[in-house]
Design a protein around this ligand. Structure first.
Ligand SMILES: Nc1ncnc2c1ncn2[C@@H]1O[C@H](COP(=O)(O)OP(=O)(O)OP(=O)(O)O)[C@@H](O)[C@H]1O
Length: 311
């Protein structure tokens, strides 16, 4: 799990129209990890994946996979990669088994029915192997896309927005599929707009904004390091405005006017809670209950992107 598999060094991409989509990107990905790339629309996620997969040419920089250069050693690197695209273009009369076998052939690999059987079983598609693609549900079609991408036994799987536009149930289903794939040792890199998706399945998170990686860190570290905590102070009586002596705490009154919300740094040494509670008592407010919550990756992400755009 510790071996560096993908190494991206000073990678930039300027499109023909002069637009700089990637700006000096550096990133290392270890074998067997699940990395989520988060970023707003147009941040450069697809450009980055497309370069690694050999679909788009970089303007400068070097990318290697298992030590092979993605340009000079194209065949070596391409054979190590499986790519699951965003769109579902599976409106065919072919059967599940045939279409996945055919994908393997496209990579010049000789037929290996036992491998196709294993992937279909891993993805719970085995009982559908003789069904035509047209007849499958959206969720099953997505699984077929993954099976196709795994047909040539790649070591790295790219998932471009694997759950864009799917319902909550199907999203959770896909997360379970990814979790199962992890056990097979495949490195997984996914792009997503859904922060809860990164939170649910990734080991590490890279945040891309305007072509730059602004943060890359272990998911839990990131939450610990940059997260905030929220203290909800439930009151016994309605509160309509913040008393003067409490102004310095930047409290928010909740919608029902029965609670105050205080946000503080999760990692900070001094939380300010002791002083706050004393001042609340001195202001004559009567406490009912206290609830603390760790802020999610969502808040960290929004803050990071906002901060970066202000510079
Ligand atoms: N062929 C191209 N020519 C010019 N500009 C391009 C080209 N492809 C992408 N871009 C621009 O590069 C930027 C990054 O696009 P990219 O698709 O990599 O972003 P993304 O993070 O994947 O966005 P999304 O989440 O919307 O898919 C965008 O502003 C896009 O318009």
């Amino acid at each position: 799990m510790s071996e560096i598999q993908i190494s991206i060094n000073s990678l930039s991409k300027i499109y023909a129209n002069g637009f700089k989509a990637l700006d000096n990107v550096n990133l290392k990905v270890k074998q067997g990890e699940i990395l989520a790339m988060l970023g707003p629309n147009g941040a450069g996620k697809t450009s980055l994946i497309s370069i690694i997969c050999g679909i788009v040419k970089p303007s400068s920089g070097i990318v290697t996979i298992d030590g092979f250069d993605i340009i000079k050693d194209y065949r070596e690197t391409r054979s190590r990669i499986g790519m699951v695209p965003q769109e579902l273009n599976l409106e065919s009369f072919e059967t599940v088994f045939d279409t996945v076998s055919y994908s393997r052939g496209l990579y010049g690999k000789s037929p290996k029915p036992e491998h196709i059987e294993k992937i279909l079983k891993d993805l719970s598609l085995w009982d559908k192997k003789d069904q035509r693609l047209k007849e499958l549900s959206g969720g099953m079609k997505r699984r077929v896309l993954i099976a196709k991408a795994l047909s040539h036994e790649p070591k790295i799987l790219f998932l471009d927005e694997p759950t864009a536009g799917v319902d909550v149930e199907l999203r959770r289903d896909m997360w379970m599929v990814v979790e199962e794939l992890r056990k097979t040792g495949v490195t997984i890199i996914l792009t997503t707009h859904y922060i809860e998706e990164a939170e649910a399945i990734a080991d590490r998170v890279a945040v891309i904004n305007q072509g730059e990686i602004i943060v890359v860190d272990d998911k839990n570290e990131l939450i610990k390091r940059m997260g905030h905590k929220k203290l909800t102070i439930e009151l016994q009586d309605k509160i309509l405005e913040i008393p003067k002596e409490l102004e310095k705490y930047n409290l928010i009154i909740n919608d029902k006017k029965m609670s105050l919300i205080y946000t503080y740094k999760a990692k900070g040494e001094k939380t300010g809670i002791t002083d706050l509670l004393k001042d609340i008592k001195d202001a004559g407010l009567r406490l009912k209950d206290l609830i603390t919550e760790q802020s999610s990756l969502e808040k960290i992400f929004v803050d990071l992107v906002k901060e970066n755009n202000e510079i």
